[in-house]
Ligand binder design. Sequence first.
Ligand SMILES: Cc1ncc(COP(=O)(O)O)c(C=O)c1O
Length: 453
Amino acid sequence: MSSLRQARKFLFAPCLLPQVERRLSICLPPSIRQYTVSLLNQHQHHKKTKQVSGMISPKVSVSPFTSSNPCYFSSSSNFWTDKRLFTPGPLGVTLNVKQAMLRDVGSRDNEFIECVKFIRHKLIEITGVSKDDFCCVPIQGSGTFAVDAAFQTALPKEGAKVLVIENGSYGKRMVKICESAGIEVHTQSFREDCAVEPEVIEDALQGPVMYDLVAIVHSETSSGVINPVSEVGKIVKENNPETIFLVDAISSFGAVGLDIEESNIDIFVSSANKCLQGVPGFAFVIARNTVMAKCKGNSRSLALDLYDQVTQLDKTNQFRFTPPTHSMLAFKRALEEYEEEGRVKGRSKRYAANRDVLREGMTKLGFQELLDPKVAGYIITSYKYPKDPNFNFPEFYNRLNEKDFVIYPGKVLDADCFRIGTIGDLHPQDMADLLVAVEEVCKDMGIKLPVQY
Ligand SMILES: Cc1ncc(COP(=O)(O)O)c(C=O)c1O
């Protein structure tokens, strides 16, 4: 054996890893130490996943695009542990994205100002709209903050009427946002396991009420349904070109193609920690300039006033209040990775591949999806609880969690479901590993396989 191979064998020996980590902590600066330890971890992870096998483990070609995160042996060490997140958010992000935020920058540093400029410019470019017609307004907080800010800003304090088209929790949240802001809101509801029907909306818009704004969710993450936003946008504008069309694309932007201009969208909302794979900390709105220009003084909230926010950003590229510096540094790297992966084409390909592996494996285990595949996206999948006396979700969840796999409870009102997300820094091999864990947990819980309904 060559001395190099001997050295590698020595370095990667599991029993020596804690010592290696300790040595690294003494002799290397923190960022290099973390990187080196992560390589050691990855090596262990790859060794481990290669050994994994199970009756439902689908054939997945091992690609360089397996999850980049260190972690999977580290529950036994006291070094940082990353869980694998099969959720709608927060989502796992790559090691490089995490590393990009391991620095402090001042909000007025040139570097940070350039970072804000880059992000605003790149988001406009990625959405495919013209910078002459649309502006990008990042806002501190999670996705809900940006949706709230969009309603607050777009509608005057008195007399505005809104139609929210909803088929799930995030549509219902928009209704709540309007109610708490004192905005008159009407609702057109659809079943949570179905997509919205444009013909029904056409009828609703021809009623006596003239709406100032119509809102819809693109990917209704509570079930996984993808709504026909373009068709709805066309109907909204045919009915009244002055009506503002607002789309919550929080869980779809970056991975599900949507042409903003062609879909007649005026206000488009998304978030850093979804398909663009940044870390949580801010969300953003892409708004039509002609709409934004009429919004001065509308907002009932100072912090959520997007008009003020964009005015200040346009002037100085600085935020009005403490900016999310670390998440923006991370997001810049995330956008570079998004480009490297081939933007929406590359990302949708990986997420759809994740969903295919999941679907095949879960079907073999007998699990039934809530949605008809015709309306289901590849962002998140809802599975009905099996009818087995030994199945109970909290235990199922906890046992998977103990193995460092995090899935998510259901969010559909009238069906008992759980959800498995396929977005973030997840790759087909991660889905295959999850399936092995699901099979093991079912066996440990005494659930008959394939599961029964
Ligand atoms: C479609 C949609 N809208 C809104 C939200 C709310 O975002 P946040 O939880 O970041 O506030 C989510 C979160 O998953 C979502 O998926």
